[in-house]
Design a binder for this molecule. Structure first.
Ligand code: PBG
Length: 309
């Protein structure tokens, strides 16, 4: 009998896609798997924006409880939804190969363009603030719920189009509705966008841990995400703060572009730093230092004050 890996996941269609993706990687490596669906606070509270619930662990807490109990061996999440600092006792042992990291516009109407006065459905503060900065004539409306719900709300007329991650739209097979892939300089993605993270309790059997990491971790992706997450950790930003960062890797050179945008979109700081891929965390911290020095600290403090009101 090969070793059994119990995979914990949320029950949304996107979460399940990700769990099946990890399951396939584990099976390819000769491991047996079982999927365990777990409901989280983030799934239950659909009428309040994530920014207001407080982003900390709304999609991860229940899975972590079950990791501790040993009811599951691994928890699978969108890397983007993972807190920058995990609670004590947990670690990420793998980041799967990253999908195209862009944001996209999804609609049935091919004539939609950011040049026009459209209403876009989105709820991420990064996207709303970025729109205010580059496309102030575009109106936004908050749309929560899983991707299927958001599409339905658009079809019901709540908005003309949705602003989503390519990764999610692609995984849910909405490719035919992607009418624009947004520029990475303007819509620099959220940290981790496009990759799937595998989280474990640190006391999981070391041999099993290493087999799972071997099967699922994509080295380039993990170096890029480690730099991005180190940046996010300094800003203590969950998905409620409009920060962004995207690292790229060439040979052994990491380059990370990232910054922050004020909630009203008036101020936006974006900086690029480059360095060796040997120390991704150092590069992420360096980016944070530079963003803070360029005025990012003031913007961050303003955002925190506003969100805590
Ligand atoms: N914010 C929710 C969320 N978390 C992960 C994805 C998509 C997959 C990914 O970005 O890795 C999405 C949907 C979206 O942002 O449009």
């Amino acid at each position: 009998m090969s070793q059994l890996v119990k995979i914990g996941t949320r029950g949304s269609k996107l979460a399940l896609w990700q769990a099946y993706h990890v399951e396939a990687l584990l099976k390819k490596a000769g491991l047996s798997t079982e999927i365990v669906i777990i409901d989280t606070k983030g799934d239950q509270i659909l009428d309040v924006s994530i920014a207001k619930i407080g982003s900390k662990g709304v999609f991860t807490q229940e899975l972590e409880d079950q990791l501790l109990d040993g009811r599951i061996d691994i928890a699978v999440h969108s890397a983007k939804d993972m807190q920058s600092s995990l609670p004590d006792g947990f670690e990420i042992i793998a980041f799967t190969e990253r999908e195209k990291e862009n944001d996209v516009i999804v609609s049935h109407d091919k004539s939609i363009s950011l040049k026009n006065e459209i209403v876009l459905g989105t709820s991420a503060t990064r996207r709303v603030s970025t729109l205010k900065h580059f496309y102030p004539h575009v109106k936004t409306v908050e749309v929560r719920g899983n991707l299927q719900t958001r599409i339905r709300k658009m079809e019901e007329g709540l908005c003309d189009a949705l602003l989503l991650a390519y990764a999610g739209a692609h995984r849910m097979e909405y490719d035919h509705m992607i009418i624009q892939v947004l520029d990475l300089d303007e819509f620099t993605p959220a940290v981790g966008q496009g990759s799937v993270a595998v989280e474990v309790a640190i006391n999981l059997d070391a041999d099993l841990k290493s087999k799972i990491a071997q099967a699922c971790n994509h080295l380039d992706t993990s170096l890029r995400l480690r730099a991005e997450r180190a940046y996010l950790r300094v800003l203590e930003g969950g998905c409620s703060i409009p920060v962004f960062a995207l690292a790229t890797l060439e040979e052994n050179q990491l380059s990370i572009k990232g910054g922050i945008v004020s909630l009203d979109g008036k101020e936006r700081i974006s900086i690029v730093v480059k360095g060796s891929a040997d120390q991704p965390e150092k590069l992420g911290k360096e980016l944070a230092d530079q963003v803070f020095a360029a005025g990012g600290k003031v913007i961050l403090d303003q955002i925190k004050t506003t969100l805590n009101k």
